[in-house]
Design a protein. Structure first.
Length: 246
């Protein structure tokens, strides 16, 4: 079933109105017929609104609410992925897969070893594109919300942003205690806010690691192999998804 996101104001009682690019997609690309059912989310909660298409106007799809599916698909905890900016288009892959795995927000981090350097104008354009990728991934994976891609932060800003989160993890190549890593992952409970810090190619500088440790961010190991930056975050997210849904 196709899923679309709308603003809360577009749901009025049993009347649901779809506009913009989704109108064109439903009418001209999917060529959906009157009476066919679609799933709609307001992007703010985990409820799914099942609607039947009633009418097409010049620029709107008018739907009627049939029922609300309460048992949504969101993880019971919010996971914030702090991703050191990778080179080329790797960030697009990371965002797409992180959203599929349940990340609540992705925060690009301009760490010291980042090869990519973005000025304010380029950063704004990149974030806009990344947000579009996040929305597409949320639709594809039938998420109940559209996860936000935050503006690019420095490492200091990222650590400050994560200050009040319940669990803060950072894969570190010198960490060796897999049992401790397992215990940290298994300590994750529903309702917790979880920060995951992933370095760029080459990892975080030692000064950034020291600052993170002082801020209470726990080092974890990802095993005996060194994982690429685009693999490391997805590995941690997979562990957390399994823990929260098992």
């Amino acid at each position: 079933m196709y899923r679309f996101f709308v603003e809360p104001s577009q749901i009025e009682g049993k009347r649901v109105v779809i506009t913009g690019s989704d109108f064109n997609h439903i009418k001209n690309v999917l060529r959906m017929k009157i009476g066919e059912e679609i799933a709609v989310s307001n992007g703010n909660d985990d409820r799914e609104y099942r609607c039947g298409i009633e009418e097409y106007t010049d620029d709107e799809v008018i739907c009627t609410l049939r029922f609300i599916k309460e048992d949504g698909v969101e993880l019971p905890s919010k996971i914030y992925l702090f991703q050191g900016l990778p080179k080329a288009d790797k960030m697009e892959l990371v965002i797409q897969k992180a959203i599929e795995l349940g990340a609540y927000e992705v925060i690009p981090v301009a760490a010291k070893r980042c090869i990519v350097k973005l000025d304010e104008k380029k950063a704004a354009a990149k974030v806009s594109r990344w947000q579009g990728i996040a929305e597409a991934a949320a639709k594809q994976s039938k998420r109940g919300v559209i996860p936000a891609v935050h503006d690019v932060m420095s490492m200091q800003e990222a650590i400050a942003y994560a200050k009040n989160m319940d669990i803060k993890l950072i894969p570190y190549e010198l960490a060796e205690d897999m049992q401790h890593t397992r215990e940290l992952v298994e300590s994750v409970e529903p309702g917790k806010r979880i920060a995951v810090f992933i370095g760029p190619e080459g990892g975080f500088e030692e000064s950034e690691i020291e600052t993170a440790f002082k801020a209470g961010i726990e080092p974890i190991t990802l095993g005996r192999r060194i994982l690429r930056t685009e693999t490391a975050g997805l590995t941690v997210l997979s562990w957390l998804m399994y823990q929260l849904e098992s």
